[in-house]
Design a protein around this ligand. Structure first.
Ligand SMILES: [Zn+2]
Length: 217
């Protein structure tokens, strides 16, 4: 299904049909040009800047690394390394992408930011879910994205404050990740379940788990 969509998109692009413009004109015809301007030129770039700026990129590490350290389970060296590299690469990526997207001028400029913001957002939210396997973290990162958009919209009337998104997003996410980590560390498996596989040992007299052979303590 996903590959069919990709093939259709690639075919349409090769034939000269710009899917991005079609999407924007669809938003325009339903919600008006104001929605296009606010969505494309303000919220999504704000999100992109919030996640990729020199401070917020590495800033993510300040709560992500402690949370992973607190949560139980060993994580391989390459995971720690790639998280640090990714956080530092985001500002570099923005720095490299900026002259490239500027060359095409608005609205291509805004569309390029929209694509970068969506790609980074999907990678980040998906990555956080894969790291934590927590539906709470997934739900909160989606809610934090929506909250950040609302805050960014509300801060438009204040000059030089287009950063509400970043601070709201990072504050909400830091609180959620640390809560997840501390809860996971304090979680105790109920005594009647096997510590290895979670098999219910109620009424089992054998000294080992009948499911996986783990010794009972
Ligand atoms: Zn077992």
């Amino acid at each position: 299904m996903a590959s069919l969509v990709l093939v259709l998109l690639a075919g349409a692009t090769a034939a000269g049909f710009d899917v991005r413009y079609a999407l924007l004109s669809a938003i325009d015809s339903v919600l008006g040009i104001d929605a296009v301007m606010r969505f494309v030129t303000l919220w999504l770039p704000a999100h992109f800047f919030a996640l990729s700026d020199t401070l917020p990129g590495p800033l993510t590490l300040l709560y992500l690394l402690p949370a992973l350290h607190i949560a139980p389970g060993r994580r391989p060296w390459w995971l720690w390394t790639s998280l640090i590299v990714a956080a530092i690469a985001l500002p570099v990526l923005r720095w490299l992408a900026l002259p490239w997207v500027m060359r095409y001028g608005a609205p291509s400029y805004h569309i390029a930011f929209l694509e970068l913001a969506v790609v980074i957002d999907v990678l980040l939210i998906g990555g956080l879910y894969l790291l934590t396997r927590s539906r709470m973290v997934l739900a909160v990162s989606l809610v934090a994205t929506a909250l950040g958009c609302v805050a960014e919209g509300a801060s438009l009337s204040i000059p030089y404050v287009p950063v509400a998104f970043g601070w709201i997003w990072h504050a909400v996410l830091a609180a959620t990740l640390l809560t997840w980590a501390i809860k996971a560390r304090h979680y105790r498996l109920p005594a009647h379940l096997c510590v290895s596989c979670g098999y219910d040992l109620t009424g089992v007299a054998a000294p080992v788990c009948p499911e996986c052979g783990q010794a009972r303590n």
